[in-house]
Design a protein around this ligand. Structure first.
Ligand SMILES: Nc1ncnc2c1ncn2[C@@H]1O[C@H](COP(=O)(O)OP(=O)(O)OP(=O)(O)O)[C@@H](O)[C@H]1O
Ligand SMILES: [Mg+2]
Length: 258
């Protein structure tokens, strides 16, 4: 099957900062890629470039074989690339249900179809009872669930998620993890998931990429990447020190990593 995404030597600068430095990778259809790296390493910039918020300075992105360089986020959304944000972006004064309708305002679908899809997806993430509430009344974690459900409204082939588990209550995190796996298995959705939590990525992704200063410094299984000396050095050498180190399952299991 054709890869869902082919990224070739993608670069993006902000003045003197090289936020993306010749990034290349391929994402197979129906797979989940984990993306880690210290603060400021370029993870969000990569997602912003993949979904058309930023235009790359050079390099190529192909989505299902088609170059996306000149397409804007709403065009890419209708082609099947959805996105969630590091801080959930929901419309606080709209209801949970109304938030769900936003991605499809310009789609050629009947009202009934849109309503039915919104109800199904709210049930999928356990928010069906909250649909009439203003989104501002949801907890931070519930807003992330809403954002995830909303990202699925366009029936995407690829969902880009920026730190979906950050600051989220463990119960909601478990639900979100389960629903991401289900979307991948049953709807053949591919994901790129930014997270500092190696254990979460271990349960989701076969492959993890680590970025540092805009470059890919390691790729492999979550285990391999979390044990890679360059990755550990990148986290330790970063302002913020040890607190920035990716949490590994070995540490969680009792600190037997040597
Ligand atoms: N719009 C922008 N204008 C100028 N500089 C930017 C912009 N967006 C990002 N940068 C810079 O690009 C670099 C990469 O930032 P980015 O937000 O992509 O990092 P990140 O890996 O997502 O970090 P974090 O883990 O803190 O979310 C940083 O040096 C940042 O300051
Ligand atoms: Mg970021």
């Amino acid at each position: 099957m054709e890869p869902v995404l082919q990224v070739d030597s993608l670069s993006k600068r902000f003045g003197s900062i090289v936020a993306l430095d010749r990034i290349s990778f391929t994402l197979e259809a129906g797979s989940i890629l984990g993306l880690i790296g210290p603060n400021g390493s370029g993870k969000t910039t990569l997602l912003n470039t993949l979904n058309g918020l930023y235009r790359p300075d050079s390099g190529e992105i192909r989505y299902l074989g088609r170059p996306t360089r000149n397409l804007r986020p709403h065009q890419l959304a209708l082609l099947g690339i959805s996105r969630t944000f590091q801080t959930a972006r929901v419309f606080h004064t709209l209801t949970v249900y109304q938030n769900m309708l936003i991605p499809l305002v310009h789609a050629r679908l009947s009202r009934n179809e849109v309503q039915e899809r919104a109800r199904q997806l709210l049930t999928f993430v356990g928010l069906e009872r909250s649909q009439a509430l203003p989104a501002s009344e949801l907890s931070g974690g519930q807003q992330k669930l809403l954002e995830f459900a909303r990202a699925l409204m366009t029936e995407p082939r690829l969902v880009l998620m920026d730190e979906p588990f950050g600051g989220v209550h463990p119960e909601i995190k478990a639900l979100l993890l389960e629903r991401i796996r289900e979307a991948q298995r049953e709807r053949q959705v591919s994901f790129i998931i930014v997270s500092h939590e190696i254990p979460d990525l271990m349960s989701l992704a076969r492959t993890v990429i680590c970025m540092s200063y805009g470059r890919i410094i390691a790729r492999g299984t979550p285990q391999e990447v979390s044990e890679n000396p360059e990755v550990i050095a990148a986290y330790l050498g970063h302002p913020g020190g040890q607190g920035q180190r990716p949490a590994t399952s070995l540490e969680q299991a009792g600190g037997h990593a040597s």
